[in-house]
Design a binder for this molecule. Structure first.
Ligand SMILES: [Cu+2]
Length: 155
């Protein structure tokens, strides 16, 4: 009996796959797909012109509910790690949380908020897609596809 439980746990961990930098599998698996009212769209990842440099992920997060939600982590399938950055007066710095207020849309876009993506595999070529996952305070997650684009493409 005990053995079965452990086997099930091991499977659950395997299903989550390799976790990125500081990311841990959470209890969120059993929860709804995302926080109530939250949706994300228009995902795209711009590869760097310099091979091996970080890529940048952009997308729109809409909160159709009336509860404010805070993004506290991001992950990109296949990438080693990712961090949220805010551009401020021409330079950028990491930001640990991003608020998405009820009824508002927050755009991660060139020149503003963005996600820096480290260690994308060689298979992540322009024209392919990968999944971006946002984790909110409380553990709820939302996952959406992002189109991978070459450095000179439309952002
Ligand atoms: Cu950045």
């Amino acid at each position: 009996m005990k053995r079965r439980v452990w086997a099930a746990l091991a499977l659950a961990v395997l299903a989550v796959g390799p976790a990125g930098c500081g990311e841990q599998p959470t209890e969120a698996e059993a929860k709804p797909v995302g926080p109530a009212g939250i949706s994300a769209a228009n995902g795209r990842i711009m590869l760097s012109a310099v091979s091996g440099n970080p890529a940048a992920a952009y997308f729109d997060v809409t909160n159709g509910g009336d509860h404010d939600w805070m993004i506290r982590a991001t992950s990109v399938e296949g990438a080693k790690g990712s961090t949220m950055h805010v551009t401020d007066g021409g330079s950028m710095q990491e930001t640990l949380q991003v608020m998405v207020k009820g009824g508002e849309t927050v755009k991660f876009e060139p020149g503003g908020l963005h996600v820096m993506v480290d260690g994308l595999p060689d298979t992540a070529k322009a024209g392919t897609k990968t999944d971006v996952t946002l984790t909110f305070v409380g553990g709820d997650k939302v996952t959406f596809p992002a189109e991978i684009r070459a450095a000179g493409d439309d952002r």
